[in-house]
Design a protein around this ligand. Structure first.
Ligand code: CMC
Length: 431
């Protein structure tokens, strides 16, 4: 980043109070560096939700919400989703470059060798109720990884950080599949080193000791694309949570767990699950107008899940790619006439033509389509957000590593505008 100019803060009489540096990055809006503002003026900036605040400088992902652009390390998401694989994207996000053929082979081999979890970790599952939400189990079990892999928890060691990153990319799918097996009362499936990352995950999800699972390449590609599209999204709520947790020096497993907890909410990663629940609640195409009316009613808290985005105000480029995958999967599985899918596609059509949604720029987001695809793949609805977490783990790790590698990194500590009681004394009769 380079300083291009200064920004002058003036008082009510237009008299200059202080000069603040303005920096530009390689793309996107310039930023006013307000770090000296309090020292110079005695005032903080006020930005609830951090919508106007660049919390860090980052080289990883660029989004232009108005133009619908998403770049990972400079590469457009469309090119990565159409011509890349999830593990290539992991390499890119982690090390800044796409792997050569040899690097990819070595990276895949390294990940494959770390997919098993410590056998004692399986005991953790037994402590959960069978009907526990998979995200609740994820929060517990991924957090517990720090108790098993403490041979590499020195966050100041590049070797330890890299090893923890590989372990997380490799083990999160195993844990996600274990969450599923546990909830349906089936034995855990060990990873199979002969399979690719996604094939292996699907086998751990769907095979049993009695029946093997032969992954369908169209469905494998669809899930790989879901992971690519969810891999990173710059300083979103969960990634910012990971950074904030990591800024205190907490270990990577604890930080990724903080991200998982944040992702769980329905306004973030919980949306794909919420989409399916909403479709089931709507139940029939004839009911759609009623729910559209509810979504538009200011006095009703109901929102169309899978519509709208905090950053993309014209279209979500990931949604366009996911929509194409959605149609491919429905075609492959012959599901076009399925009641739920017909309902989803009709809802999409009606909402896209409705002036309320057009005026407010509320387009279907990636999770509208990923929810439909995951359902078609046979993944239970309550597992959807865990699959999102599986894809996003690489983004969280890359951001955590970037932050820790920055020599100027300090603990995160937002300030506040205090609006509570001013100082008061306890009543004299109080003990
Ligand atoms: N259905 C109906 N109305 C909506 C919706 C919706 N899904 N989303 C926003 N609005 C309305 C909202 O009521 C408000 O109306 P008004 O201006 O009259 O007050 C206006 O649109 C702007 O909404 P907002 O809440 O200020 O917008 P935001 O940018 O803060 O919220 C959002 C973005 C994603 C939280 C929101 O659109 C939403 O709740 N969508 C449904 C949940 C969802 O699909 N989330 C997944 C996001 S993609 C996955 C990810 O990246 O994490």
């Amino acid at each position: 980043m380079t300083q291009t100019r200064t920004f002058t803060v003036v008082d009510e009489n237009s008299q200059p109070i202080c000069e603040l540096p303005v920096f530009n990055g390689t793309l996107g809006p310039d930023v006013i560096d307000v770090q000296a503002l309090y020292r110079k003026t005695g005032m903080f900036t006020f930005d609830p939700g951090f919508n106007s605040t660049a919390s860090c400088a980052s080289d990883i992902t660029y989004i232009d919400g108005e133009k619908g652009i998403l770049l990972y390390r400079g590469y457009p998401i469309e090119q990565l989703a159409e011509r890349g694989t999830f593990l290539e994207v992991c390499h890119l996000l982690l090390y800044n470059e796409l792997p050569t053929t040899d690097e990819l082979t070595a990276f895949e081999q390294n990940i494959t060798m770390h997919t098993m979890v410590h056998d004692q970790l399986t005991n953790f599952f037994k402590g959960f109720r069978r009907d526990a939400h998979p995200m609740a189990i994820m929060v517990g079990v991924v957090g517990a990884l720090s108790a098993f892999y403490h041979d590499a928890l020195d966050i100041n060691s590049k070797r330890d950080r890299d090893l923890s990153a590989i372990r997380l990319i490799a083990k999160v799918p195993t844990i996600v599949a274990m969450c599923h097996k546990y909830s349906v009362g089936l034995p855990f499936m060990y990873p199979n080193n002969k399979l690719s990352y996604v094939e292996n995950f699907m086998r751990m999800m769907f095979a049993t000791p009695c029946d093997d699972y032969i992954p369908n390449p169209v469905l494998v590609r669809a899930l790989d694309r879901i992971l690519i599209l969810h891999a990173d999204h710059e300083q979103n709520a969960s990634t910012s949570t990971v950074r904030l947790a990591g800024s205190s020096g907490a270990n990577p497993y604890a930080c990724i767990t903080a991200g998982i907890a944040c992702l769980w909410g329905a306004a973030h990663g919980g949306a794909n699950e919420a989409v399916l629940n909403m479709l089931q609640q709507i139940g029939d195409v004839s009911e759609i107008p009623k729910f559209i009316a509810r979504a538009k009613d200011k006095n009703d808290s109901f929102r169309l899940m899978g519509f709208g985005h905090r950053v993309y105000k014209n279209y979500d480029p990931r949604a366009k790619l996911m929509r194409a995958t959605c149609y491919e999967v429905l075609e492959e599985l012959g599901l076009h006439d399925d009641k739920l899918f017909k309902l989803a596609l009709e809802l999409e059509r009606i909402a896209l033509e409705d002036p309320y949604f057009i005026e407010k720029k509320l387009y279907p987001n990636v999770d509208f389509y990923s929810g439909i695809v995951l359902h078609a793949l046979g993944i239970p609805t309550n597992m959807f957000t865990a699959i999102f977490a599986m894809g996003r783990s690489i983004g969280w790790i890359a951001h955590w590593d970037e932050m820790i590698s920055d020599p100027d990194q300090r603990i995160g500590r937002p300030r506040q505008l205090y609006t509570g009681e001013t100082r008061r004394d306890l009543p004299s009769q109080h003990r």
